[in-house]
Design a protein. Sequence first.
Length: 487
Amino acid sequence: MVGVALGQALFNYLAAKQFTRKTGKAAAFIVRIEDTDRTRYDMTHHITSSHRIPSHPLTDLSDWLLLRCRLVPESVSQILRSLRWAGLSPDEAPDIGGPYGPYTQSERLPLYHSHAMKLVSTGSAYPCFCTESRLQALKRSGSNLSYDRHCARLYPTIEHRIAAIAKADSERAASNQPNAKSSYVIRMFVPDGTTSGNGSGGGSDTSSNSSDSNPISGGSGSGVGGRALGQTSVHDLIRGSIAFANAGIDDQVLLKSDGFPTYHLASVVDDHFMQITHVIRGEEWLPSTPKHILLYRMFGWQPPIWCHVPLLLTPSREKLSKRNSHTNIESAYMRGGFLANAVINFVALLGWNPRASQSTAGGGGGGGDASTAAPIGNGDKLDSPTAHASGGGGGGGGGRKKSGAAAAAVQHSASLALSSDEFFPSIDPLMARFSLSKLSSSPSVVDDSRLLSINALHLRYAIANRPDSILDSIIPGMCGLGIDRII
């Protein structure tokens, strides 16, 4: 699993579980394997999430939280193992199944193919027979878009397009090479007009694309050079409303010549059929979101709510990539002797500010156990973790004397530039404090020294309060090194 994804997975998990805790309605954390890019042999990733909003149209089924990972087959077990080590155990995944399986995209190809053909039949997509050499020549020409709609003009009507696809499929079948690649791909046709996808999943489509004639041959709705006029608006929970000119949105390939979908088609189709209402993913996917909103409109589906979390940076302010030491959870964290709670604490602070989202609840009186205790904050901020660990009550004010572990944690956190209200001994108090609305729009720096400091703080706390948890956390990493028991 790519380490960059852990933060997004954590935010997904927290959003779903917090929703369940607050409403009593079931939510699920889902892992879906995206393996449709057959040319890749390294791991990439992205994360999305979903949970039900009571007033949201997509609420007639369960609430879902989704972690989507694009990867090579041997990475699947590592991803699942890493998530479970971190305490983010999925409720549905390829290895345990679920009501919306299969959870591996290569096992869902007929669904993507039928929906690509549905777009062709409504004039929202068309076959493209252009060769790779022609496409490369277009790129060298300096065009700001990778495709010039040559095949949209060559096959101007729905009837022309369906006939061209049928002819190509028939020729491939007659070639006695049924596994050969097709001679075409399917591209979406970016419509004229204005499309919006707002934060509540709403928005209206006022596109004026004609499905029974050449949609780019003249007419007041066509842009210069056959490009669409109008714009597509994206409302992001972190960044607000962003408008993208349709003239700058490429006619994206949806179905490739090998029969596999691109991410754009597969993610939209799967998110719809898995009843996804919120999508949480990295901001690198923000420029692609207009394409996804357009696809939702083309299918006549309700788009989800979007939340694009900021990038993670190295200390030199470069984008954290899969070649960085943090990109493999198993090797960087599990086998590195880090406590899972420490890693979760560290990752939570990358992109989220607990002080900004601090609740005013728990300011006085009121005891509670581990599941109901007041969030960390107010007065003796590290008293709450001690109460969580011991199951004790305790009021909110700062009147109690700190335990030895809590006092040591306060002193240690000060020397490590970690404020006391940033310390979360487990995922439960973190869940109580977390809020999607308080995610930062600025990139966060992944600092090794801070991770080591937080791990030291958690070690001190665990030794004083839950020594057994130390072995629970480090033994899985030792097993990965071939150590299966400690004498």
